[in-house]
Design a protein around this ligand. Structure first.
Ligand code: ATP
Length: 571
């Protein structure tokens, strides 16, 4: 229910009164009293957006102390009679006012927070109203999207950011990091005295993730205005938007927040096509990726191009995995940052059941997939990860041959193709999505039941992100990782992640999980990576037969077409 409709309903009570302020319909005194009381309860409940207030009825008062279960409110039956509703007692959401309460809350979600002058976390979104005067429209948008309680990372990062502090945040996959940076950013943009020009930049390693953040931001900023008239404007830096900026087709001050991948932004900054004077907030999502060897040069360029403008910037970095060397880089770029770790830095989301399956060799993997299908374990939607484009394509053809409802995404597919496939997968049209690591990070496929690592991921971080495509937003999920003889060392970091996440690990796994120094080095340098055998269970002779049959069918088609054309000409 829209907060403003509820609030206006409170005001409409007056409308039912005469000019003298008295109720018009005196004859319905008793009914009126009852309905007013009911309306009051209804109104209080509807205004209680986060269901924190317990509306205690008369019946309930009598029951308290006598029974374990008791009612938390009233419902009306068809005749409008009050009836009792027995529900589980809702947890009381805390308002954090002192250090003891903050410590207790942090203990409950295993939060490890360090830095100078750390603000108290919030215990509920209501805290944001009292402590930070959160914009009502922003709050309403949160509620409309069913975000009623903050997740642990949100409890911590919202106040830190709203106090304008730099932040390095690490929390499990699917735990709501996107809103952790979007909510305070939107509020800060609203608060900023300069109404014109770019105020916040969000950088993401992939187009798909940038697009997803953009969509989430659009939901959150619906009907929000800066000042009286100017709607808050969000831009996704696509190729066409970038061209418009460069050709001065649109005003370089048009957008308040821009979401982008690194190269697009560098291109625009080099062309001096963006007005950065009012830029105050810089956010790196999937920060460890943005500062690893693939992206570090691009991220450095962005930082030096922006710092040349001498701006006072608040910086935030988020990821589900932040290795120590990346943490050192991050800290060197920040001013007096607060470091927030929820759970363990490198551990997987605990809502994911993790399993390792030994397949012997490459043929064994295809057999294992078919077995999962036969045994009913292959419950769509399923995401399958492979290590290369060639292998992803090959598995796609194999599964197509099995008549599976499947498609494939990798870097060689066009942006439109990728968007369409993601849309079909999200809508349930497509049951199985094969991909490379291009989709391993950040993408929020809410209902994915199963992730299969057809090829073992390169390291522990890649594993955590890949399997994190399931078990999101509090749902449970399953991840199965195939390995073969050639993965004897590569499987060790995965066993360690499983142990850290509390998964049951057999004794033999414990034994093999110890990695020697040399193996560690070799893993880091990718030296243990060997070419895999091609994907296919079909023997060569059968493939040849299939090819010949296809050629024969096509030859027959061509002959028939030629015959038809000849008949038409002779007619
Ligand atoms: N407070 C909340 N209440 C309910 N759902 C939420 C809340 N915050 C976020 N979510 C939902 O949880 C899901 C996962 O959130 P999000 O994509 O931000 O995860 P993440 O931590 O960024 O994951 P990853 O590390 O994989 O990028 C999303 O569907 C999001 O809408």
């Amino acid at each position: 229910m829209d907060i403003f409709r509820v609030l206006t309903r409170g005001a409409s009570v007056k409308k039912n009164q005469s000019n003298s302020g008295k109720s018009v319909d005196y004859s319905l005194e008793t009914n009126k009293k009852k309905s007013t009381k009911h309306e009051e309860v209804q109104l209080t409940r509807e205004l209680d957006f986060f269901r924190n207030k317990r509306i205690i009825t008369k019946v309930e008062k009598e029951k308290i102390g006598k029974e374990d279960e008791f009612t938390t409110g009233t419902n009306e039956d068809e005749e409008g009679q009050e009836k009792e509703e027995t529900v589980e007692d809702e947890p009381i959401k805390p308002i954090i006012t002192n250090a003891e309460e903050a410590t207790a809350l942090r203990k409950s979600y295993k939060g490890n927070i360090s830095g100078e002058d750390i603000p108290f976390p919030i215990g509920s979104f209501e805290d944001l109203i009292t402590r930070f005067n959160l914009d009502k429209r922003l709050l309403s948008n949160l509620i409309d999207n069913h975000f009623t309680e903050p997740t642990p990372i949100q409890c911590e990062s919202l106040p830190i950011t709203l106090y304008d502090r730099d932040l390095l945040a690490c929390a499990p996959t699917g735990s709501g990091k996107t809103l952790s940076f979007l909510i305070p950013l939107v509020q800060q943009v609203i608060n900023q005295k300069e109404k014109e020009g770019l105020k916040g930049l969000i950088i993401s390693p992939t187009k798909e993730l940038a697009n997803q953040i953009y969509m989430e931001c659009i939901k959150l900023t619906n009907r929000i205005f800066l000042g009286k008239k100017k709607p808050l404007q969000i831009g996704l830096l696509s190729r066409s938007l970038s061209a418009k900026f460069k050709n001065r087709v649109i005003n370089d001050k048009k957008y308040d927040i821009i979401i982008t991948t690194p190269l697009r932004l560098i291109d625009l900054l080099n062309a001096e096509a963006l007005d950065l004077n009012n830029l105050r907030h810089l956010i790196f999502d999937e920060a460890d990726k943005l500062f690893d060897k693939t992206f570090v040069e691009q991220s450095d360029s962005i930082l030096s191009l922006i710092s040349a403008k001498n701006l006072k910037l608040r910086k935030s970095m988020y990821s589900a995995t932040i290795p120590s060397h990346i943490e050192d880089i991050a800290k060197s770029l920040m001013l007096d940052p607060v470091r927030v770790i929820i759970g363990h830095k490198e551990s997987a989301n605990s809502d994911i059941e993790q399993k390792l399956v030994y397949c012997g060799n490459e043929e064994g993997k295809l057999i294992a997939i078919r077995q999962l299908v036969q045994e009913g374990e292959f419950k769509p939607p399923v995401v399958i990860f492979l290590e290369s484009i060639v292998r992803a394509k090959a598995l796609y053809h194999e599964l197509m041959y099995d008549r599976m409802n499947v498609d494939v995404i990798h870097a060689e597919r066009t942006a439109t193709q990728r968007d369409k496939i993601i849309e079909r997968f999200k809508s349930g049209d497509l049951w199985c999505l094969i991909c490379t690591d291009v989709l391993a990070r950040g993408i929020d496929f809410k209902g994915v039941n199963l992730v299969i690592n057809y090829d073992i991921p390169r390291n522990a971080q890649a594993y955590v992100h890949r399997i994190g495509r399931t078990g999101r937003g509090g749902r449970s999920g399953k991840a199965i990782t195939f390995y073969t003889k050639q993965d004897a060392v590569g499987v060790k970091p995965i066993i360690n992640v499983m142990k850290q996440s509390g998964c049951e690990v057999a004794e033999w796994m414990e034994k093999i999980s110890k990695i020697s120094k040399n193996e560690k080095q070799a893993l880091k340098k990718g030296k243990l990576h060997k070419e895999r055998k091609q994907i296919s269970t079909v023997p060569k002779i059968d493939k040849l037969k299939r090819k010949r049959k296809k050629e024969m069918i096509e030859a027959t088609k061509r002959r028939k077409m030629a015959e038809n054309e000849a008949t038409i000409e002779s007619d």
